[in-house]
Write a protein that binds this ligand. Structure first.
Ligand SMILES: Nc1nc2c(ncn2[C@@H]2O[C@H](COP(=O)(O)OP(=O)(O)OP(=O)(O)O)[C@@H](O)[C@H]2O)c(=O)[nH]1
Ligand SMILES: C[S@@+](CC[C@H](N)C(=O)[O-])C[C@H]1O[C@@H](n2cnc3c(N)ncnc32)[C@H](O)[C@@H]1O
Ligand code: SF4
Ligand code: SF4
Length: 333
């Protein structure tokens, strides 16, 4: 069976699957306040279809699956999908990216079904600010979700913090302080110009040097470290003697594309070979034809760009509201 390799020789063993485009939040950097036109249910991949796709990909070298969204935990019985994926030969790692609002009640079922890792988005520790950024979210529910996931053995948890100038940059120190006595891995993420009018993005964009500046001001000794398992795009550091680590994810200002090993599948069944590329291929047509599906994945990989230098061109498309450019909630990050 042919390996999932692109035209630059990069082997792809990791797929990010969006299980829904719906979400129970409306984060300012991700969705418009009024929500979006969500795909009708019959356009969304069923758990059986997702499983069929992975059965085709596993013999081609797919090893890691990350479930994302929209908010994956709003999809009914997500633990059942986790169980179905964990039964596929060759899949070694199943992870979830979530806002954790509904995690408290689902953590145990997910862990029991075979979930290995969890990444949680949390942009502020202050209740009023969290509510403002997410347009109505309750930070206490997220904190409960983190506790529940830790209690069932899903630690170490990665926390994703999108840094926004003048909005949450004064909390960098508090987030890093959390890593000192908890096995948490905080990753500060650069705000990405995706699915956005570029003006609002530019106003809030903050280069991640802000994080190293805060450490220097605090007089902390920072060490480079390997970081936790599944250490994807982040550069990792820790304060000497601390339990956790923190990392920087620079999708905009850095290129971690040289070692890219990721494919994406949208909730409505489109392969996206790159987060920052608008080409898409519909796999649903081939759910009953494994050879055609395998060929489609190889075709998508054949057109994968070397990196996202096209980001600027894409931004121009966004200014003219080209409908093929999806929002983060539709791609899954
Ligand atoms: N440009 C770019 N950004 C990515 C890529 N993968 C993840 N990101 C961004 O990195 C941030 C964190 O993503 P997560 O969903 O937590 O996953 P991750 O850190 O890549 O996953 P693991 O390495 O498996 O833990 C999100 O804002 C993603 O959009 C990628 O391939 N390219
Ligand atoms: C689209 S969300 C989907 C999963 C889940 N709803 C959550 O928020 O974790 C996946 C990741 O994308 C990140 N994200 C969304 N829009 C972003 C943007 N414009 N810039 C940087 N990261 C973004 C979120 O912070 C989150 O960590
Ligand atoms: S970042 Fe996640 S939680 Fe926030 S609106 Fe987007 S999909 Fe929903
Ligand atoms: S921008 Fe595209 S090529 Fe670069 S790491 Fe992300 S998905 Fe891979």
């Amino acid at each position: 069976m042919e390996l999932l390799q692109d035209s630059f020789g990069r082997i792809h063993d990791y797929i990010r699957i969006s299980v829904t485009d719906r979400c129970n939040l409306r984060c300012v950097y991700c969705m418009p306040a009024e929500g979006m036109e969500f795909a009708p249910h019959d356009e969304i991949m069923s758990y059986e279809e997702i499983t069929e796709v992975l059965k085709v990909l596993a013999p081609m070298g797919m090893r890691k699956v990350r479930l994302t969204g929209g908010e994956p935990l709003v999809r009914k019985d997500l633990h059942k999908l986790v169980g179905m994926i964990s039964a596929i030969d060759g899949i070694e790692d199943i992870a979830l990216t979530t806002n954790a609002l509904l995690l408290d009640k689902q953590a145990k079922a997910l862990k029991d079904a075979g979930l290995n890792r969890i990444n949680i988005s949390l942009d502020s520790l202050h209740a009023d600010r969290f509510s403002m950024i997410t347009r109505g979210g309750d930070v206490n529910k997220v904190l409960k979700g983190i506790e529940a996931a830790t209690a069932v053995g899903l630690a170490p948890i990665k926390l994703n913090v999108v840094l926004m100038k003048g909005i949450n940059d004064d909390e960098i120190k508090d987030f890093i302080a959390m890593t000192m006595d908890q096995p948490l891995h905080v990753r500060f993420i650069e705000y990405m110009p995706i699915g956005h009018a570029s003006d609002s993005w530019r106003k809030s964009y903050l280069p991640l040097e802000a994080v190293t500046d805060v450490c220097a001001e605090a007089g902390w000794t920072v060490e480079n470290t390997e970081g936790p398992a599944g250490n994807g795009p982040s550069r990792n550091m820790k304060i000497a003697g601390s339990q956790g680590t923190f990392g920087l994810i620079h999708p905009v200002s850095d290129h971690f594309c040289d070692n890219c090993n990721r494919l994406r599948l949208t909730a409505d069944g489109h392969i996206k070979a790159c987060l920052y590329w608008s080409d898409e291929y519909n796999v649903r047509r081939y759910v009953d034809d494994p050879d055609a599906m395998a060929a489609l994945f190889l075709k998508a990989l054949g057109t994968k760009p070397k990196n996202h230098e096209m980001a600027l061109a894409l931004e121009k498309k966004m200014q003219s509201h080209t409908p093929t450019v999806r929002r983060m909630s539709q791609i899954g990050g």
